[in-house]
Write a protein that binds this ligand. Sequence first.
Ligand code: FEO
Length: 395
Amino acid sequence: MLYKEIKNNVYYIGQNDVDRVIFDELIPLEHGTTYNSYLVKGSEKTAIIDTTYFPFVDTYINNLNENGIKHVDYIIANHGEQDHSGALPELIKKFPEALIVTNAKCKENIKEMLLIPEEKIKVITDKEELSLGDKTLQFFMAPGVHWPDTMFTYLKEDNMLFTCDFLGAHLVFDDLYSKNDELTYSMAKRYYAEIMMPFRMMCKKYTEFVSNLNPDFILPSHGPIHNEPNFILSAYKDWSSDTAKNLVVIPYVSMYGSVETMVEYVAKKLKEAGISVYAHDIVRDDLGDLAVNLVDAETIIIGASMVLAGPHPAAVNACVLANALKPKAKFASVIGSFGWGGKLVETITGLFTSIKPQIIEPVLVKGKAKPDDYEKLDILVNSIILNHKNDGVLK
Ligand code: FEO
């Protein structure tokens, strides 16, 4: 637990969670995460911006006690999800004078999820301001990055923007500020892929909004603070753009090696043509790496063995995830192998309900690929090369 001044009576009071190895019971965390919370002391009023995850509530309250915080007027809830709102019930007991300040949607969420009494909540609207004396908080609704209840809080006099989950990263830190290095970039991209990519158009909109606001500090609710905001804003501009990169992502599962052999063949041919390839063993590799590569993919090929009468469940899982994350990929195909029959291609392509890529003729073989199957794989490769050229991602 930290208590560190960032600037002019604005303090970091958040928590590193070094032991957390998975988030949302879905995506592995390589470097833990943080639950960022901030304390703003104005000349007349004191506010807390976002709180912590409920397993850390006792530590969080102890930290406030140890640092002599005896009075809080406002607790700003930028978002209702419990990793940030988890301490609200305890905080309103510790500081009975405090009001929780949030928007109408978040109010409903914290009432339902945390049983916060209505009379403890002050509802604010877009662009409304709240005076702390010599400091002013202004609220900007930001629905979609990533919940409908998300908002940003702007500390006007210090030009600091508290962006909640937006522009965050699952990355523990000790020195408050982003090092703007490869690790920070990759953890921010992984976080974008998993949490923000389904809302890419909203990310694009709010990246522009934040850029225009031009804050000196971006203070998210996970990961390090950005005191050089261009690092994260230029990354988000790239990730949320409509333009994919010259990349084919191949999530695959192979029971007897037939699918894997075909994936290796296709990957080799594509690389020889100047196309980057990320082949992902769905059963063994880190699901987060798949999500990260989907950010830039122009084409997705699902490689799957047949189990009973349908695709291997691991392939179905990867398809459901890819469809939910809504990458910008324009093309997709399937490479499959079966023993005695079933519906593999139809089931897989039918799972792409929200991304709707153009399907390139799949290649489905019985057992191992034979010479005429390799001819079909060559046709698949040539179609991908042509598509990437026509779309301008392969020069
Ligand atoms: Fe980090 Fe949407 O909570």
